[in-house]
Design a protein around this ligand. Structure first.
Ligand code: HEM
Length: 491
């Protein structure tokens, strides 16, 4: 009897403690969570439907203090768009959540998927490879590929709207391949490698998306038994063999001190990323495997992002004739009214074009969110999170934060022309991510996109209508394939 009373008293004390226990406040939960599965059911369907859900979550987050909870089955993830909390997370939670692990077998120690302890020293070594001096030597390549693109686009001029993405993809992969790997894609063998490489990269991305959508395949046990793994392994094998072939050829050339024709032709000081990493074999700091993982990562990170930025820019420019007229006027002023090739020194003078690219990236960031994880407790403005929390930083939401003003959702390139009208928080422009683990290739991306647009807009008048564009988002935010722009030759 005494024992029962003791248990009852203990239960009452426990219930009182449970009710009165100090609790951290918890963020609002995105509406529509069901018992057990949470919001998982909302992520079924095709990828344009999923983008609609994501978009709703980002807007809900912005309207509810910039931090909300989303439940994927039993796991809670926290979506963040508050600018201060985002920066705290970006700089203190340096690990990537398990979803990035889906690309680990392919990209390994590459910067996007590397663990924090590997990332730090590797990023330090790689930073100088992307400095302005090196990038200046890449301009010649961007310009050559843009000229080729303008010629190829002639077949579409004076016709109905067409899908510009395949043209841009080809241009981007060629310039990324040349500047990062340095071999000459005009060589027939290299051309074949390039084609296979681009195809395998596309396939790998779509297989990663398939795994993301098939929640049961997140479990390694089920994934390892699946047909998807077999397909993914085969693509990984292809990509690894291709990059092995490329590095072996280049290593041999460097050993024999043979500079390929292409490198001889290139502007003085030109050194591809691969050459910088191999460094003549004498001071090579990375293993061959690590070099391949870095190359594959950089190419994967540059490929779709640059293509989609240029695509959205063209659609927006085609939708706003006044914006296009101002770009044309600026081009005429900078090029002294001549139809001549651009030089590297012309680029900084294209101030309005740069404003248009930034405004496009603000409203249509190709990477609308990134993931982070913490390995120790993290204190944000209103909430504390234990180690092992998954955060999704909504770059999309940060780019449209109310700090941008009443017209945050409007396309207004002019806002970039006057520093006084820009938000005083630099993290409000997050298209290239924020904090220490931001995009290493942002300057090269801006340079290549600007060069490509300048060449196209010198030659063609673009028409489009952004209101007709339906978007989707796999790893990258993009228009659902379609015929969104038409070209007319300038006379
Ligand atoms: C407009 C085009 C681009 C956009 C919008 C973009 C955006 C981003 C974003 C948001 C991240 C953070 C990813 C994450 O944390 O999960 C990132 C990382 C990265 N980007 Fe870019 N990127 C672009 C072009 C490029 C280019 C051209 C290169 C290389 C030439 C590149 C190389 C990388 C690498 C290596 C990382 C990983 C950085 C690290 O973790 O240290 N990106 N990029």
């Amino acid at each position: 009897m005494f024992l029962v009373e003791l248990i009852l008293i203990w239960c009452v004390i426990f219930a009182l403690w449970w009710y009165k226990r100090p609790r951290h406040p918890s963020p609002p939960v995105y509406p529509g969570a069901l018992p057990v599965i949470g919001h998982a059911h909302q992520f079924l369907g095709d990828i344009s439907q999923i983008w609609q859900v994501e978009n709703d979550i980002y807007h809900f987050c912005m309207e509810n203090g910039g931090l909300v909870e989303v439940r994927l089955g039993p796991v809670s993830v926290y979506v963040v768009s508050d600018l201060d909390d985002s920066l705290t997370i970006a700089n203190t939670c340096m690990e990537k959540p398990y979803l990035y692990g889906f690309g680990k077998k392919m990209y390994g120690c590459g910067l996007v998927t590397a663990n924090a302890s590997t990332w730090k020293p590797h990023r330090k070594i790689l930073n100088p490879a992307f400095n302005q001096q090196i990038l200046n030597t890449f301009f010649q390549e961007y310009s050559l590929q843009a000229r080729n693109l303008v010629t190829e686009l002639a077949t579409e001029a004076e016709k109905d709207a067409f899908d510009v993405v395949p043209y841009l993809k080809k241009t981007v992969i060629r310039s990324v391949y040349k500047t990062m790997i340095g071999v000459n894609p005009n060589d027939k063998e290299q051309e074949a490698i390039l084609k296979n490489y681009a195809h395998a990269t596309d396939t790998f991305f779509s297989l990663m998306l398939e795994r993301f959508q098939s929640v049961w395949l997140h479990l390694p046990l089920l994934y390892n038994m699946s047909g998807l793994k077999k397909k993914q392994d085969a693509v990984i094998e292809t990509l690894k063999n291709l990059s092995k072939k490329i590095t072996t050829i280049r290593k041999l050339e460097l050993k024999q001190n043979i500079n390929s024709e292409y490198v001889k032709e290139a502007s003085s000081g030109y050194k591809s990323l691969l050459d910088q990493l191999l460094d003549g074999g004498e001071k090579q700091v990375f293993t061959d495997e690590e070099i391949r993982e870095h190359l594959n990562t950089v190419i994967g990170a540059a490929y779709d992002t640059s293509t989609m930025t240029t695509t959205f820019c063209l659609i927006l420019i085609g939708s706003y004739p006044d914006v296009q007229a101002r770009i044309w006027k600026e081009l005429q002023e900078v090029l002294d009214g001549q139809e001549r090739d651009l030089t590297r020194h012309d680029l900084p003078k294209l101030v309005y074009l740069e404003a248009v690219i930034k405004e496009t990236l603000r409203l249509y960031p190709p990477v609308p969110r990134i993931g982070r994880c913490n390995d120790s407790e993290v204190q944000l403005k209103h909430y504390t999170f234990p180690a092992g929390t998954t955060f999704i930083l909504s770059l999309y939401g940060m780019n449209r934060d109310p700090i941008w003003g009443k017209d945050a959702n409007e396309f207004n390139p002019d806002r970039w022309l006057n520093p006084g009208t820009l938000p005083d928080n630099p993290n409000a422009f997050a298209a290239f991510s924020i904090g220490k683990r931001n995009c290493i290739g942002k300057q090269s991306a801006m340079m290549s996109v600007k060069t490509t647009l300048a060449y196209i807009l010198q030659k063609y008048i673009v028409t489009g209508d952004i209101r007709n564009v339906q978007c989707k988002c796999d790893l990258i935010h993009k228009p659902v394939s379609g015929h969104y722009i038409a070209l007319q030759l300038r006379t």
